[in-house]
Write a protein that binds this ligand. Structure first.
Ligand SMILES: [Zn+2]
Length: 221
């Protein structure tokens, strides 16, 4: 069923390669059999029996990876009215259009069901959407995280925001950058644990939110 969903990206998962057409070799006679994969399963579909009539054996197949066809696939979790929906994205071109966590987007795609491989007899199916269009419509938060810290919880993001504001306030009085000792003492007053501050400064740096002016002196960009 064709769907159009609008929500906020909560998490982006790494790229996988999904097998769409497998070339299998019979371990006994070497006969090759091509099997189009069932995409509603997370499980590989092997030939039922060897296509060579003289052989006809079962359960003796090996996937020839470099002759099979794969498609690059990434997925992300879209929060739609507080309900998390897994969106699958195929092909590098569309994968490159996945915005970072916190972005608000509209996704068009086909809604389908996929059964978990570990329990192929299970009656629990995962509802997924296979995207064919992604349109970015804005950002949910003023502060955006880079992809490498997508696992950060909301509270970490809040604290990063607080730390950034502390530096911004301090730099009004400091000519160059704000000394890290000063940042730490102010951040501790704001309830941020000292041992987490260096890591947070690194995150703010890699997000391009702050720069290191000279050694151990920072400024908000
Ligand atoms: Zn065979």
């Amino acid at each position: 069923m064709q769907q159009k969903l609008t929500g906020t990206i909560q998490k982006v998962n790494p790229i996988n390669s999904r097998l769409i057409e497998g070339v299998f070799s019979c371990q006994y006679c070497g006969e090759l059999t091509i099997i189009k994969q069932d995409e509603s399963l997370e499980k590989i579909t092997e030939p039922f029996e060897c296509g060579n009539d003289v052989c006809g054996r079962k359960n003796c197949f090996k996937l020839i990876v470099d002759r099979s066809t794969f498609v690059e696939e990434a997925s992300f979790v879209l929060l739609v009215d507080n309900v998390p929906i897994v969106v699958h994205v195929r092909g590098r071109e569309l994968i490159n259009k996945i915005p970072i966590v916190g972005s608000m987007i509209t996704v068009s795609g086909n809604e389908t069901y996929r059964r978990n491989s570990a329990k192929s007899k299970s009656n629990i199916f995962n509802k997924i959407v296979i995207a064919d269009e992604i349109i970015e419509i804005g950002q949910n938060d003023r502060f955006m995280e880079p992809l490498n810290i997508i696992s950060s919880s909301r509270s970490i993001r809040e604290r990063l925001k607080v730390l950034r504001n502390i530096i911004k306030e301090l730099q009004q009085k400091e000519k160059g950058g704000v000394k890290v000792e000063l940042i730490i003492s102010k951040a501790e007053e704001a309830g941020i644990r000292k041992e987490t501050i260096e890591d947070m400064l690194m995150k703010l740096r890699s997000a391009g939110e702050i720069i290191e002016r000279e050694e151990n002196c920072y400024r908000v960009v």
